[in-house]
Design a binder for this molecule. Structure first.
Ligand code: GLN
Length: 534
C-alpha cells in the first residue's frame, strides 16, 4: 500500500458511548482485510499518563510491553487486534505540553512565542504521523478522548482539522453520537446528533462517517434524516445497536459495511469480505456454552465496572475456550473475613485475588487465601494477590507472626515482601515502578509450566515490591515453591503450592496479555482447574 491512512474517531452528545470499542472493531475489520492497523488514544487530561490516577478516577491502568502505564482502551485495542501497542499509542495533553516545554527550554523555538497553534497542534500532529510512518502502518486509527466541545479536547480537534486539510483523501473522521429514545413520546430523537455534528462543523471538521449508538435498530427514515442534516451520505451512517457482548460489535459494523465505506472513501480497492473465522468461532463458543463456571474475584474496587477490566475479559476468554459461561462474582475484600469466608466462597469454583496498592482490604484477601488453601479451591493471585499468598503462608503456615510486606508495615519483623533494590531510591511516583514485559523461566514440573507448556515466557509487570529471597528456603521446605524466576535478577515471579490442586500466584499481570483469538494460557488453565473442581 502507498500512504498511511489516518482515521480519527471523535465522540459527541455524551461520554461512555464506546469509542474505544468502535475504534477497535473498525480496526479489526480492516486488519481482517490484510491491512496493517494500529490504534492510538489521545487523552485530553494533564496527567502525563494514567499511572498515578486511582481506579475511581480512571478505571484500570493498562500496561504495554514497553512499560507504559496506559488508558484501558489500549487493552481493548490489543484484545481485538491481537497486536501489541506501545507508549506511542497513548498520548495525553500532559505529554504533549511536557514535550513542547522541554523544546522551549532547549531553545528549539528560536525566540518565538510558543502557542497552542502552531506549537501544541504541531506536536499533536507529529505524534499521529510518527506512529504511522515509523512502523509503516496502513491505517492509524486515533481515538480522541472526551466529547466534542470540551475545552480540554480543543487542541486535538484543531489538529484533526489541520490534518484533514493536509492529508486530503488519506484522512477520515468518524463521529460517534447517541440517539436517545424518549419513552413518553415513543420516539428516537436525532437532535442531539445534529447539534453535535454542528459543533464539530463549527470547529472546521465535516465528519465522513457517523456511528449512531442506539438501544434498538433505527428506521431508514431516521437514518435518512441524520444523513440529510449532517452532510453525510446514507451509507456512511452506521448504527451501533446495543449487543450482548462487545465482541459482537465488529460483526454489527461489518453487516453495515462500515469497512467498505472507509475503503471507498480513502480510495482503496474493496476486495472480498473477510470471514473473521477465529473471531466467529470464539463468539459461537460463547453463545453455545450451556454450563457455567463460577469465579470469585476478591478486590477492593469491585463496585467499579472498569477497575479490573482486563482480568474480567481474560476470565471471559478463558471460560469461553473452556466452553463455559462465566459467572463472575465480585467479592469486596473489605467485607470478607475468616468467619464469613466459607459462606462467601464455598459456591465458587475458583478464586482470583486481585492486584492493588495499599493497606485497605488486605485482611479480606488473607481470609480468602486462607480459605482457598485450607479447602483446596483453585486460586490465582495476581501481583498484590501473589504477595498476599506469600504473607498468608508466612503467618499461618510458617508461624511468622505479623509477617508482612513493607508496603503495608515498614516495621514488620518478617519482611517477606520487600521493596525491590532498584526502587529504594525512587522518589518520583510517575512511571517509576517495575513496568512492562520481563522474561521468566518456569520449572518444568510446575502448574505454571503445565499451563504455558514452555519454559521461557514473557509477561508484563507493574509493581515496586517483590518476594524476599532470603526466605526462599524456609518457604520451599514448608511447601510453597517458587516455580518461575526472572533469569537475570532472580526475582520470584511465580509462587505455588504443588500439593494443592491449583494454587498459583504470579508477580506479573497475565491479564495484560490475553486476547480474543489468543487467550492467556494461565487463565485458561486456571479456569480448567476450577471446572474440574466443581
Ligand atoms: N502494591 C504492590 C507492589 O507495588 C503490588 C502492585 C500490583 O498489584 N500491581 O509491589
Amino acid at each position: 500500500m502507498t500512504d498511511t491512512k489516518y482515521i480519527f474517531v471523535t465522540g459527541g452528545v455524551v461520554s461512555s458511548l464506546g469509542k474505544g470499542i468502535v475504534s477497535a472493531s473498525l480496526g479489526k475489520l480492516l486488519q481482517a482485510r490484510g491491512y496493517k492497523v494500529t490504534i492510538q488514544k489521545f487523552d485530553p487530561y494533564i496527567n502525563i499518563d494514567p499511572g498515578t490516577l486511582n481506579p475511581y478516577e480512571h478505571g484500570e491502568c493498562y500496561v504495554t510491553v514497553d512499560g507504559h502505564e496506559a488508558d484501558l482502551d489500549l487493552g481493548h485495542y490489543e484484545r481485538f487486534l491481537n497486536a501489541q501497542t506501545t507508549r506511542a499509542n497513548n498520548i495525553t495533553t500532559g505529554r504533549i505540553y511536557q514535550s513542547v516545554i522541554d523544546k522551549e527550554r532547549r531553545g528549539d523555538y528560536l525566540g518565538k512565542t510558543v502557542q497552542i497553534i502552531p506549537h501544541i497542534t504541531d506536536e499533536i500532529k507529529r505524534n499521529v504521523k510518527l506512529l504511522g510512518t515509523k512502523n509503516r502502518f496502513d491505517f492509524v486509527i486515533t481515538e480522541i478522548g472526551g466529547t466534542v466541545g470540551d475545552i480540554e479536547s480543543l487542541p486535538f480537534i484543531e489538529s484533526v482539522r489541520q490534518l484533514k486539510w493536509e492529508l486530503g483523501k488519506n484522512c477520515l473522521c468518524v463521529h460517534l453520537t447517541y440517539v436517545p429514545y424518549i419513552a413518553a413520546a415513543k420516539e428516537y430523537k436525532t437532535k442531539p446528533t445534529q447539534h453535535s455534528v454542528k459543533q464539530l462543523q463549527e470547529l472546521g471538521i465535516q465528519p465522513d462517517i457517523l456511528v449512531l449508538r442506539t438501544e434498538k435498530l433505527l428506521s431508514n427514515d431516521i437514518v435518512r434524516k441524520v444523513a440529510l442534516f449532517c452532510n453525510v451520505s446514507e451509507d456512511a451512517v452506521v448504527q451501533s445497536v446495543d449487543v450482548p457482548t462487545i465482541y459482537e460489535v465488529p460483526l454489527v459494523l461489518q453487516r453495515q459495511q462500515m469497512d467498505v465505506t472507509v475503503l471507498k472513501k480513502v480510495g482503496l480497492e474493496v476486495g472480498p469480505t473477510p470471514e473473521l473465522k477465529p473471531w466467529k468461532e470464539f463468539l459461537d463458543r460463547k453463545v453455545n456454552a450451556t454450563e457455567t463456571v463460577t469465579i470469585g474475584l476478591v478486590g477492593k474496587y469491585v463496585e467499579l465496572q472498569d477497575a479490573y477490566k482486563s482480568i474480567d475479559e481474560s476470565l471471559l476468554q478463558a471460560a469461553t475456550y473452556n466452553n463455559r459461561k462465566l459467572d463472575l462474582r465480585l467479592i469486596h475484600s473489605e467485607k470478607i473475613n475468616n468467619t464469613n469466608a466459607p459462606e462467601l466462597l464455598s459456591g465458587m469454583d475458583g478464586i482470583v485475588i486481585a492486584p492493588g496498592f495499599g493497606h485497605r482490604g488486605i485482611d479480606g484477601k488473607f481470609a480468602a487465601i486462607k480459605y482457598a488453601r485450607e479447602n483446596d479451591k483453585p486460586l490465582l493471585g495476581i501481583c498484590l494477590g501473589m504477595q498476599c499468598m506469600v504473607i498468608e503462608f508466612a503467618r499461618d503456615v510458617l508461624g511468622l507472626e505479623n509477617a508482612n510486606s513493607t508496603e503495608m508495615d515498614r516495621n514488620t519483623p518478617y519482611k517477606v515482601i520487600d521493596l525491590m533494590e532498584e526502587q529504594k531510591n525512587v522518589t518520583n511516583m510517575g512511571g517509576s515502578m517495575r513496568l512492562g514485559a520481563y522474561e521468566c523461566v518456569l520449572k518444568k514440573d510446575s502448574k505454571a509450566y503445565q499451563a504455558y507448556k514452555k519454559e521461557n515466557i514473557q509477561e508484563r509487570h507493574r509493581h515496586r515490591f517483590e518476594f524476599n529471597n532470603e526466605y526462599k528456603e524456609q518457604f520451599e521446605a514448608a511447601g510453597m515453591k517458587f516455580t518461575g524466576v526472572n533469569p537475570e535478577t532472580g526475582l520470584a515471579e511465580v509462587a505455588e503450592i504443588p500439593e494443592l490442586k491449583w494454587f498459583v500466584g504470579v508477580q506479573y499481570h497475565p491479564e495484560y496479555n490475553s486476547t480474543v483469538v489468543c487467550p492467556n494460557p494461565l487463565f485458561v488453565d486456571f479456569v480448567r482447574a476450577a471446572i474440574e473442581n466443581k
